[in-house]
Ligand binder design. Structure first.
Ligand code: ATP
Length: 228
């Protein structure tokens, strides 16, 4: 379960202050799929970074399964992410000197898993990249790199997946495949899914759609507002 309690985030650039989130509170039950929509610059990426503990709010708290992230030090946060959270960033953060396979296997190797390569191969296959496993990120297209990043985020079976535009660089067919994979994990493994997307078909398949606007989060669907 994710709880946001009175979160406030602003960035100060010289004289200018950008208020990104103003007093945002929200509960996302474990296993829910949530799409976050909103105009460019409304703070969607910042919100994901807060959920991952990669950004600290000026006020308020983020709790993952009852654990307040602000009470954890850097190492404890890194452990929590490694064990429980998968993150797909907009800029994929792949390691350029490792092949696709080694990029995906790395989180498992760090956790001492012997099946790292077998599992990594399986996830590369699931995102349609079996034939590209020995390629380096520089030899892959943007969409292929995105799929490697998705495989890497999923390979350790996270309880929570945070994804920033996971289908943003993909053609319709590949995008549909990634969509299916994420929703399947959500439904079958109970992975909580929080994704930022401009893809309204994807959003429509999520259990809940939130819209970020002017520092506030609103339920985009009437029925979600009643259920919340
Ligand atoms: N590190 C930073 N320093 C200063 N301002 C920042 C920083 N990161 C983001 N911002 C500003 O905060 C606001 C929210 O940015 P964010 O990237 O979260 O928006 P977004 O909704 O994800 O946008 P997009 O849909 O274009 O990716 C923007 O106005 C952005 O310029």
């Amino acid at each position: 379960m994710i709880e946001l309690q009175h979160l406030a985030l602003h960035y100060a650039l010289g004289e200018t202050r950008v208020d990104v989130l103003r007093d945002v509170s929200l509960t996302i039950p474990a296993g829910q799929s949530v799409a976050i929509a909103g105009p460019s610059g409304s703070g969607k990426t910042s919100l994901l970074l807060l959920l991952a503990g990669l950004e600290r709010p000026q006020a308020g708290h983020v709790l993952l399964d009852g654990q307040a992230l602000d009470t954890l030090g850097r190492d404890a946060l890194a452990d929590l992410r490694r064990e429980r959270v998968g993150i797909v960033f907009q800029s994929f953060h792949l390691l350029p000197s490792l092949t696709a396979l080694d990029n995906v296997a790395l989180p498992l190797q760090l956790a001492g898993r012997r099946d790292a390569h077998a599992r990594a191969r399986d996830f590369l296959r699931r995102v349609g990249l079996a034939a590209r496993q020995h390629h380096y990120p520089g030899q892959l297209s943007g969409g292929e790199q995105q799929r490697v990043a998705i495989a890497r985020a999923l390979v350790h079976g996270p309880r929570l997946l945070l994804a920033d535009e996971p289908t943003g660089n993909l053609d319709d067919q590949t995008g549909a495949r990634v969509r299916e994979l994420l929703l399947e994990l959500n439904q079958e493994a109970g992975t909580t899914l929080v994704l930022v997307t401009h893809d309204m078909d994807f959003a429509a398949q999520c259990q809940r759609v939130l819209r970020l606007h002017d520092g506030q989060l609103h339920e985009a669907r009437q029925e979600d507002a009643h259920a919340a």
